[in-house]
Design a binder for this molecule. Structure first.
Ligand code: ADP
Length: 161
């Protein structure tokens, strides 16, 4: 049976840190669904459609990876698509408490779906979508932090503002 993992997040926008986790998950699992969750209280810079397009463009060469969006509970999405696992990235101790809370709750909701954590590569441990937005907003160089299409989209967005 082919094993599917879900990589959930807001990806506003996708960074090289996200991409690293996605690529590593795609080596371990047969298939990976990136799912942009559409119920966050956070205000977003890019619409769900824009985020989907950017991710699809950047991950287009990864044959076993696709991108979807979902509202509601992430674990219900994972059940619906038949995932055996959820994969999250861990950067620092500060991520741990939040992730532990969510993982414990998800286990109460469905104990069959296992959550795996992939530790970030050292070079991305400081990297987050918010920090990238902050740097881009003030015209800083983000070429090492995000894939090219994301860099272009960020520049355009902040120029338009
Ligand atoms: P969320 O809003 O659910 O935290 P994000 O889009 O911020 O979603 O992140 C999605 C996933 O990617 C999370 O598991 C997060 O820990 C992970 N992640 C974010 N940035 C990095 C990074 N620099 N290195 C590794 N994992 C990361």
């Amino acid at each position: 049976m082919s094993k599917l993992a879900v990589v959930p997040g807001s990806f506003d926008p996708l960074t090289n840190g996200h991409l690293d986790i996605i690529k590593r998950a795609a080596k371990i699992f047969d298939r990976v669904n990136i799912v942009i969750m559409n119920n966050s209280a956070k205000e977003s810079l890019f619409s769900i459609e824009e985020r989907m397009e950017l991710i699809a463009e950047v991950t287009g060469s990864l044959e076993n990876v696709k991108v979807e969006t979902s509202a509601g509970l992430m674990i219900e999405y994972a059940e619906r698509v038949g995932a055996v696992a959820v994969v999250r990235g861990l950067r620092a101790v500060s991520d741990f408490e939040y992730e532990m809370q969510i993982t414990s709750m998800n286990r109460v909701l469905d104990e069959e779906i296992e959550t795996f954590f992939i530790m970030t590569n050292n070079q991305y441990s400081f990297l987050s979508s918010s920090i990238v937005k902050e740097v881009a907003k003030y015209g800083g160089n983000i070429s090492e932090l995000v894939p090219k299409p994301v860099e272009v989209a960020l520049k355009k967005r902040y120029l338009a503002q």
